[in-house]
Design a protein around this ligand. Structure first.
Ligand code: KIV
Ligand code: ZN
Length: 391
């Protein structure tokens, strides 16, 4: 594999689907899985097969359908979970079992009421057991973000010895700072025997709004897989947003880290996930929000009309958005009005524009946004006084 390729592990259908209020049935999951495959993700985490018969069936159907991506199923470090996941994944061209256990003091003490030694024993047993069914076994050290690095390194080393091919280092509670998460990945790279034979994976939650920053910091420190969801959906404040990490790597080529994602499908995929899962996206969401490429202040509009790059660091077409939007409000200037008027057929002289702008301000003060229908009305009013050419 190319040493600079960052694999994209999509967990929209597993961690993303855990979000309260998410409505999706098995048929719609198949449509999303097919789209994720087309988008170019490397791994689709299709579900947690032991959790319900419905989840088993959808992982199984996705395993039959998907032809390019690896299809992955989540398990706890429990033999029954692993057997059920293996059965669900059987038809997959490439199947992966994702197994693991909590490694932080709080998980060991309160969740499992056990010892570090016992956690290591269970981790080894789970990975070895999963290897009976598939070659590709990913091990997760749940709450790795709050796990002491020396102990985490020990668990990881044992998971590698037991046959893990990928080590997932989740910041399950979204607690880490980017420096801390980066140092954790670096520590593992430097202190775990056999680390170069496996892929380190970032799985960051967004409780402090740092999921994307932590994932990128992890990749810069040497991780070569990022676990993420479309629109960043997921438990509590969500997971790392796929569209964000992909575009950060694309827009910062000096990092020399690439993905195989067809970025032109990002916006459409985002719309599909919103619609099928019933999960709306806030307008100011990076990359795919309704306002991500919309300009409303006069100063910005003037700049963008002269040259898009004055206020945009990426081309909207690269993510599948047809063009930047110039939104007309009371904050807009003459340049924006002339631009939008021209788009719908009116070529204005300087005098006509001055007149139209005064009428436009009256509209804009009364309503939040001036739309194309309003511009037609404005032009009609102005043309009574001065003839306007249709462009
Ligand atoms: O956040 C987390 O730790 C997880 C694991 C189950 C991989 O989702
Ligand atoms: Zn998670």
């Amino acid at each position: 594999m190319d040493a600079n390729k960052v694999q994209i592990f999509d967990t929209t259908l597993r961690d993303g689907e855990q979000v309260p209020g998410c409505k999706i049935d098995a048929k719609q999951k198949l449509v999303i899985a097919e789209r994720l495959d087309l988008l170019g993700v490397d791994i689709i985490e299709a579900g947690f097969p032991v959790s319900s018969p419905g989840d088993f069936t959808s992982v199984n159907e996705i395993a039959k359908l998907v032809k390019n991506a690896t299809v992955c199923g989540l398990t706890r470090a429990v033999e029954k979970d692993i057997e059920v996941a293996a059965k669900a994944l059987k038809p997959a061209v490439r199947g992966r079992i994702h197994t693991g256990i909590g490694t932080s003091e709080s998980h060991i003490k309160y969740k499992f009421k056990t010892t570090r030694e016992e956690v290591i024993r269970r981790a080894k047993k789970a990975v070895s057991y999963a290897k009976n069914f598939v070659d590709d076994v990913e091990f997760y050290a749940e709450d790795a973000g709050r796990t002491e690095n020396e102990f985490l390194a020990k668990v990881c080393e044992e998971a590698i010895k037991s046959g893990a091919t990928v080590l997932n280092i989740p910041d399950t509670t979204g607690y880490c700072l980017p420096e801390e998460y980066s140092a954790k990945i670096k520590f593992l790279k430097e202190n775990v025997k056999g680390i170069d034979s496996v892929i380190l994976s970032c799985h960051c939650h967004n409780d402090l709004g740092l999921a994307t920053a932590n994932s990128i910091a992890g990749a810069i420190a040497g991780a070569r897989q990022i676990e993420c969801t479309i629109n960043g959906i997921g438990e509590r404040a969500g997971n790392t947003a796929l569209e964000e990490v992909v575009m950060i790597l694309k827009q910062h080529p000096y990092l020399n880290l690439q993905t195989d994602i067809n970025t032109k499908l990002l916006y459409d995929t985002s719309l599909m996930v919103r619609e099928k899962m019933g999960m709306p996206v806030q307008p100011n969401k990076a990359i795919v929000g309704a306002n991500a490429f919309a300009h409303s202040s006069g100063i910005h509009q003037d700049g963008v009309i002269k040259n898009r790059e004055t206020y945009e660091i990426m081309n909207p077409e690269d993510v599948g958005v047809t063009e930047s939007a110039i939104v007309l409000t009371a904050r807009s200037g003459r340049a924006a009005l002339a631009y939008r008027a021209k788009k719908i057929g009116y070529e204005l002289t300087k005098i006509q524009l001055d007149k139209a702008y005064q009428t436009f301000l009256q509209f804009a003060d009364k309503q939040k946004e001036v739309i194309d229908d309003d511009i037609h009305v404005i032009m009609k009013q102005v043309s009574r006084i001065s003839k306007i050419a249709i462009a």
